[in-house]
Design a protein around this ligand. Structure first.
Ligand SMILES: *Cc1c(COP(=O)(O)O)cnc(C)c1O
Length: 242
């Protein structure tokens, strides 16, 4: 495997090499980089899981990732996941699937029937729709058992997530509604250093006793690891450019 020192975005990752080779080789390298960073930081979690962000990836690519011992996957769109995942799930019952993209209220029932966890809870209306769907679920076909509140740490108008100032309120609101809130998720702004965003997410989680931190993508998973990520969501560094 060749490692070329040519980061796409030096602001995000001055030291991260561009990864090459098979999905297996890239997964091994990513896990090695995670482990190096994990052991070097006092803020890091005892274990950091590599989640594959598999939007727009084929079943074949997803199966290669599974063969490389990746068991957690994140998809962005409910409809795309509905087309790809039922077959994969039947073939690989140990694989876990999270929704990491925005959720419209009219897709809530479909999402709750497909994903093990939803990481993009960002408004009261969505909490209400989820509660209502569980309350009226007669067939017992809903499987989602964990929820993450998405925080818009950069307060970007075009991005999903609740503003940091409103986080406490939404966390309480979701818990009151009976949602099993396990952690927080964020996507830092593209043109900022990620570290302060990860530090902020970590602090909000700590304030509320939430243990799970979904943060870090291809360009900054090593930084997220240092700030206590419990899983990192890696797409292009694992599968290649989309
Ligand atoms: C696409 C996506 C990722 C992975 O992004 P890469 O930069 O390709 O690693 C992670 N999280 C979310 C929410 C995404 O939409």
């Amino acid at each position: 495997m060749t490692l070329i020192s040519q980061p796409k975005n030096p602001l995000k990752s001055p030291t991260l090499p561009r990864l090459e080779g098979s999905i297996r080789e890239k997964a091994d390298t990513i896990r090695r980089i995670i482990e190096e960073n994990r052991t070097q930081s006092p803020l890091s979690n005892a274990s950091v899981r590599l989640m594959a962000a598999s939007k727009l990836q084929s079943r074949e690519a997803i199966e290669e990732a599974i063969a490389a011992d990746i068991l957690w996957f994140g998809e962005n769109r409910v409809q795309e996941a509905q087309e790809k995942w039922p077959d994969i799930r039947r073939a690989y019952p140990n694989v876990r699937l999270h929704l990491i993209g925005p959720l419209q209220t009219n897709k809530v029932r479909d999402a709750l029937a497909l994903f093990d966890a939803i990481e993009s809870i960002d408004r009261e209306k969505l909490v209400d729709a989820i509660k209502h769907t569980f309350d009226t679920d007669k067939g017992g076909s809903l499987i989602t058992s964990a929820f993450y509140i998405q925080i818009n740490t950069g307060e970007e108008p075009q991005k999903g997530g609740v503003a940091p100032k409103q986080a406490a309120h939404l966390i309480h609101y979701a818990k009151q509604a009976g949602l099993n809130v396990v952690g927080l998720m964020c996507i830092p702004p593209a043109n900022h250093a990620s570290a302060p965003h990860f530090a902020l997410l970590r602090n909000i989680a700590k304030e509320h006793g939430l243990s799970e931190l979904s943060m870090g993508m291809s360009e900054d998973f090593h930084i997220a690891t240092r700030f206590g990520a419990t899983h990192v969501r890696v797409g292009s560094a694992l599968f290649g450019e989309r």
